[in-house]
Design a protein around this ligand. Structure first.
Ligand SMILES: Cc1ncc(COP(=O)(O)O)c(C=O)c1O
Length: 385
């Protein structure tokens, strides 16, 4: 059976050049970057060359890129350290953030006497900018704003410039989770003037277990992991040199092929929407994901016009991997918090969400395979009712 992978927002296959670069590094560069002998210096040099490549692509200084183990760690480092060391007493965030932001901000509220305010979002999952401004300006307490650049489930894109200029006006710190956008969009962090951002290599055809936090020099953040003082004191622990080299290669390839990949994936997303609309009467799209301008070109959250909690299994039997955006417990699937907050109870009862996420490795044949199976499933439901 031909397997079809359409879960690229969860993780992506490695780019062949990433594998080559990492393999070469594993064979030849095994020194500890903190050692002063030639083996260590070689490893250190590869780390710093990698850091410089990434920093240049983002228009920032090398010293502002701190390597971590993943997007989750980067977001934790930033949020926790803002509270512990920068005097943050208020956090403005939303209900649609990734769990690593949502749970961390909730903990800051529960254990560190930080006021956590949730900005209103509408039925499409968009931030209510007026409510944001009102909340931001309602207090003079030191505030951290943490709002994701793009939502990993429904693809909604945030107006970063708007949020940033309000943060600048009020002196609030601004963190944006850019795990789903860095490497997919031509982001210049210096021009965006955000204080903090995060990246994860495995979302851009790089290896798992490596990411980075962008920490603007002037913010003065302190570490959460202490010890040997690596990463200019911001994240101790012997560095994952192979991972860093793989991340830099993945980033380089992503930027090099950005326009080509974006065009190809956008066409694929458009094709998927059209094919679904042709084949499944009443199909819809959750959040802004059906709007090509306002959502990630890599994510489409399909709203099937029938309830089928077992759809993930049915697709899996046909070799198709997608995400239900759902937590599975005791065999019964439950809709995710994001879907729950944007759909009405009637919609939750009568529809099935399905997240399809694309990469440049997908083809129209993959989409034909997916739509063919979904069409059969939907016809079964029509007959049953
Ligand atoms: C928006 C967003 N933030 C953070 C993360 C966490 O990244 P990682 O898997 O590298 O910990 C993810 C991964 O799903 C994500 O999509």
């Amino acid at each position: 059976m031909r397997k079809i992978y359409l879960d690229n927002a969860a993780t992506t296959p490695l780019h062949p050049e990433v594998i080559d670069e990492m393999t070469e590094c594993m064979k030849n560069t095994y020194g500890n970057p903190s050692s002063t002998h030639v083996f260590g210096r070689e490893a250190k040099a590869r780390m710093e060359i990698s850091r410089k490549k990434i920093a240049e692509a983002l228009g920032v200084n090398s010293s502002e890129i701190v390597f971590t183990s993943c997007g989750t760690e980067s977001n934790n480092l930033i949020i926790r350290s803002c509270v512990d060391y920068l005097g943050v007493k208020r956090i403005i965030t939303s209900d649609l953030e990734h769990k690593c932001v949502k749970e961390t901000t909730a903990e800051m509220g529960a254990c560190r006497e930080v006021e956590v305010l949730k900005v209103k979002t509408d039925k499409k999952g968009s931030v209510d900018y007026e409510d944001f401004e009102k909340k931001l300006k309602s207090s003079k307490e030191k505030t951290l704003v943490t709002l994701m650049h793009a939502n990993n489930e429904i693809g909604n894109l945030l107006d970063i410039e708007k949020i940033q200029s309000l943060c600048e006006e009020t002196g609030a710190l601004f963190h944006t989770d850019t795990v789903q956008t860095l490497g997919h969009y031509p982001v210049n962090l210096a021009e965006l003037k955000v204080d903090f951002a995060s990246c994860s290599a495995h979302k851009i055809h790089g290896p798992k277990g490596i990411g980075f936090a962008y920490i603007k020099k002037s913010t003065g953040l302190k570490p959460q992991i202490t010890g040997g003082g690596q990463e200019r004191g911001l994240r101790s622990g012997t560095e994952n040199v192979y991972g860093v080299v793989g991340l830099a290669k993945a980033f380089e390839m992503a930027i090099l092929d950005l326009d080509k990949n974006k065009k190809q994936i956008e066409e694929l997303k458009k094709y998927t929407i059209e094919k679904l609309q042709e084949s499944i009467p009443g199909v819809g799209f959750n959040g802004l994901s059906g709007d090509l301008e306002k959502s990630l070109y890599t994510v489409l959250n399909i709203r099937l016009p029938f309830k089928d909690p077992l759809i993930g299994f049915e697709l899996e039997l046909k070799g198709i991997a997608v995400s239900q955006g759902s937590a599975c417990s005791s065999g019964a699937s439950k809709v995710s918090a994001v879907i729950e907050s944007i759909l009405s109870p009637e919609q939750i009862e009568s529809t099935t969400p399905l997240r399809v996420s694309f990469s440049a490795y997908n083809t129209k044949e993959d989409i034909d395979g997916l739509v063919g199976v979904l069409k059969n499933i939907s016809q079964k439901h029509l007959v049953a009712h």
